[in-house]
Design a protein around this ligand. Sequence first.
Ligand SMILES: Nc1ncnc2c1ncn2[C@@H]1O[C@H](COP(=O)(O)OP(=O)(O)OP(=O)(O)O)[C@@H](O)[C@H]1O
Ligand SMILES: [Mg+2]
Length: 362
Amino acid sequence: MFSFFSGKNRSLGIDIGTTGIKIVELKKENNVPVLLNYALSYDSGSLLQSNSLEMLDGQTGRILQGVLKKAEFGTKRGVVGIPSFLALISFLELPEMPSSEIEKAIRFEAAKYIPSPIDEVNLGWEVIGSYQEKPVEGGQPIRSGQKMQIMVVTVPNSAVERLSSAMAISRISVTAMEVENFATVRCLIGNDKGTFMIVNIGAKATDFTIVSDGIVRVTRSIDVGGAEISRALASGLGIDLQRADRIKKSSQMNLLDSKDQLSSLVGPVIGMILDEVKRLREIYHKKNPLKKIEKMIFTGGTSKLATLTDYFSKQLSSECQRGNSLARIGVKKEYQGIVQEVAPELTVAIGLALRGLEISSK
Ligand SMILES: Nc1ncnc2c1ncn2[C@@H]1O[C@H](COP(=O)(O)OP(=O)(O)OP(=O)(O)O)[C@@H](O)[C@H]1O
Ligand SMILES: [Mg+2]
């Protein structure tokens, strides 16, 4: 039946972070995705997800219901993010084969390296490239032929089930689930064909994604984020976490000044993120000498830390900037001022909602 309110040209993007739920609603207007509404709800103190596979479902569901009620979104259809630390993204090569056989071969290969039984994971894959294998001169005769490069994404079934049930309680109609890294790339890189590293610094974790020619090449997640920075300030200054959090968010910090007291307290935490960026960059450049990373793009709430991108630029001798998560969407006038402030926290949710619009236009 024809309906004006079918909601087909709208989608929610739902990002359940470790400390907050972030939801955006996008609508396609004259073929442009426009931000209709958004909501962020931070649960002070406790974490929404522990870092193990246990998600505190009851709490997540309860907060989600509260957010949905307050924000009055115009659709219930949405794409839900899967936290990066729950997913295993890997790459393998297979000889060219009929598409009907690919899935079986991937399951066989994946079973060798994923830590849990293959029947307990949700497995997705995509052919990301192919090349002609050449016999090595003077070497062992090998079978030369077309090779397919495949990206494999596995997520524990238990995680998918928990997210699904939290959504079902809130009557969200889930059109897709997507691992955060892909949503981040869609939001910040779009169709840009260069080679970039995205560093998403949240509360509990930092996610790294190297993307080249629009394809995710490397992902990695470490347990360091803004919460750790607040803790370092609290214990160094002998103050409580709330005060430390306020100091962190003020613009008092100058990471470029090694004599700055605040900067020296958070230095070791920032150093862990910096070391990981350097390590991943080095490995990637060794493997791909012709595809140098052009730019490091920072996002997530902690990317708002004063002088952070300048500090990384200096340390890495490379271009570092904050991503603009609003670059690929229209923003209604009434939001233009306020949404800028929370745009780095909304990156994943925007990427997820953009995916939702792609699905409904198919
Ligand atoms: N102006 C600011 N300066 C520094 N840090 C900030 C600022 N604003 C928010 N933060 C920090 O950003 C973090 C929240 O960011 P974000 O919403 O991206 O995390 P999350 O998605 O909940 O966590 P995770 O990605 O680890 O699951 C918190 O640690 C918060 O203290
Ligand atoms: Mg996050």
